[in-house]
Design a protein. Structure first.
Length: 209
């Protein structure tokens, strides 16, 4: 008779399985990974994972949801720790985004470089993905509200997102010589986006003497 699992037992095994799956999915791609491989990595029977997840797709969704939550938490912490200044918050959030990607490349690749059929049918993945996406517009809404930039916050957030994501993916795919090259590309692209949205400072016309 199977032993009764506590909520702590379930959470612990799910975390350990997600740790193993994150690495395998990122390195080999989901199609190349089997439940049997994941079970073997954990030293359990091939049927054990099915006590915790319906199938491999559910495991992938859980791994990606966890990655999105970690990503969102990192950006939220950077926003909260920054001074009460929209530009400072923008800089802090952008820096946190790059650090997360470089410190957790497997998680980052699974977040944005994996096509999962009906991904948003998984409620926890949909929730975590939306939480992560919101971190890319929160500071932009501050900029718009203070009158520093003009435009739609969602569109601007996506422009900055693309300016960060593109160089990072080029770096991960080996298309850039070094991390320094990614940093330079990010700086150039984000500066270009900033110039396109920042409101010009109006200098009052000089009055005749």
């Amino acid at each position: 008779m199977p032993r009764q699992l506590t909520s702590e037992n379930i959470a612990d095994f799910r975390d350990r399985l997600c740790d193993v799956a994150e690495r395998r999915f990122a390195e080999q791609g989901p199609a190349a990974v089997t439940i049997r491989q994941l079970a073997a990595d954990l030293g359990v029977s091939p049927m054990t994972p099915y006590r915790y997840f319906a199938d491999k797709d559910a495991i992938l969704a859980a791994v990606r949801a966890r990655a999105f939550d970690r990503h969102a938490a990192a950006l939220e912490a950077a926003y909260d720790a920054a001074p009460d200044d929209p530009v400072a918050r923008m800089t802090a959030v952008g820096g946190a985004y790059v650090r997360f990607a470089l410190d957790h490349p497997n998680a980052y690749k699974l977040m944005f470089d994996i096509l999962q059929d009906k991904a948003w049918d998984h409620a926890d993945l949909a929730r975590a993905g939306e939480r992560s996406r919101a971190t890319m517009t929160r500071h932009v809404r501050d900029l718009v509200a203070r009158g520093i930039v003009a435009g739609d916050p969602d569109r601007i957030g996506h422009l900055f997102w693309a300016a960060l994501h593109g160089p990072l993916m080029l770096h991960f795919s080996g298309m850039l010589d070094a991390r320094h090259d990614a940093d330079k590309l990010i700086q150039g692209l984000t500066a270009a986006v900033w110039r396109s949205i920042v409101k010009p400072v109006r200098v009052p016309a000089a009055r005749p003497a």
